[in-house]
Write a protein that binds this ligand. Structure first.
Ligand code: ADP
Length: 231
C-alpha cells in the first residue's frame, strides 16, 4: 500500500503547526486537568464522578495527539546510527511485556539474523516497532477470548534489507479499514489518535524502507517492514 504524496504533505504541515502551538495548548490543558481533579470530590458527592473521568480521559487524549504530532514533526532527515535490529526488537518486547501479560497475550520472537545492523534513528524506529506491537495488542484484545492472544515477531534478511515481521491473531481488518490504514487521523478505536501508522509510514520511508500489510478479518494481521542493512 502506497501512501499518497498528498497525505504526507498534509501530515508534515499539520506537524509543523502542532509543534508551534503545542506549548500554548499544553499549559491550559495542564491547569484544566488540575482543577478537574480538585472538583472530583464534589462531583463524587452528587454521584457524577463519571464526568471527571470522562474529562480526564479526553484531556489525556488531546495530550497524546499533541505528543504524537511533535514526534512526527521532527526533522525529516533521521539521525542515523548503526544499530542491532535484534537488540532493538528485544528492547521493544521488554517494554511491552507487562502490557502483554495483562492482556493474556504471548509475544514470541524468532531471530534468524541476530547480527544484522541497520543505520537508523533509534528513537524513531523504536517508536515504529512500539506502535506495531501496541496495535497488535489492541487487535488481539478485541477478539472474544476463545483463543489466546499471540503476537509473533520475526527477523530475517535477504542480504540487502532486513525484514521485520509482526503477526497477530487479532481481529484483523476489512477492506474499508485496509484502504485507510495509513491516513492521518484514521482510527477505529475509541481513544485512538489515528496517527501511529501514518507517522510510522513516514519514518520508515525516510529510512529508505517500506511497510507492507496483510490482513484477514477475524483471523489476524501481519505487518512487514523492510529496512536497508547498514553498509
Ligand atoms: P490508532 O492506533 O490510534 O487507531 P494507527 O494509525 O496506529 O492509529 O492505526 C489505525 C487503525 O488501523 C486502527 O484504529 C486499527 O483499526 C487499524 N489497525 C492497525 N493495526 C492493526 C492490527 N494489528 N490489527 C487490526 N487492526 C489494526
Amino acid at each position: 500500500i502506497e501512501q499518497s504524496a498528498l497525505q504526507n504533505d498534509k501530515l508534515a504541515m499539520l506537524g509543523k503547526i502542532a509543534a508551534a502551538i503545542a506549548h500554548e495548548i499544553r499549559n491550559p490543558l495542564t491547569s484544566i486537568r488540575g482543577f478537574i481533579q480538585l472538583l472530583r470530590p464534589y462531583l463524587l458527592e452528587v454521584g457524577k464522578e463519571e464526568y471527571a473521568r470522562i474529562i480526564l480521559t479526553e484531556i489525556d487524549r488531546a495530550n497524546d495527539i499533541i505528543y504524537e504530532f511533535l514526534n512526527s514533526s521532527k526533522p525529516s532527515a533521521p539521525l542515523k546510527k548503526a544499530t542491532s535490529v535484534d537488540g532493538l526488537i528485544r528492547e521493544v518486547i521488554m517494554l511491552t511485556e507487562s502490557e502483554a501479560l495483562l492482556r493474556n497475550c504471548e509475544i514470541t520472537f524468532e531471530s534468524l539474523e541476530p547480527d544484522a545492523f541497520i543505520a537508523v534513528d533509534v528513537k524513531q524506529v523504536k517508536q515504529v516497532m512500539l506502535n506495531m506491537v501496541k496495535n497488535a495488542l489492541d487487535a488481539v484484545e478485541e477478539v472474544r477470548s476463545d483463543r489466546r492472544g499471540s503476537i509473533h515477531i520475526s527477523l530475517s534478511s535477504d542480504g540487502q534489507y532486513v525484514e521485520f515481521k509482526i503477526k497477530d491473531n487479532g481481529k484483523g481488518m476489512d477492506k474499508a479499514v485496509m484502504n485507510r490504514l495509513f491516513d492521518p487521523f484514521f482510527t477505529t478505536k475509541q481513544a485512538g489518535t489515528g496517527l501511529g501508522l501514518s507517522v510510522s509510514y513516514r519514518i520508515i520511508r525516510n529510512h529508505g524502507g517500506t511497510i507492507r500489510v496483510d490482513s484477514r478479518e477475524g483471523c489476524g494481521t501481519e505487518f512487514i517492514i523492510y529496512l536497508p542493512l547498514a553498509e
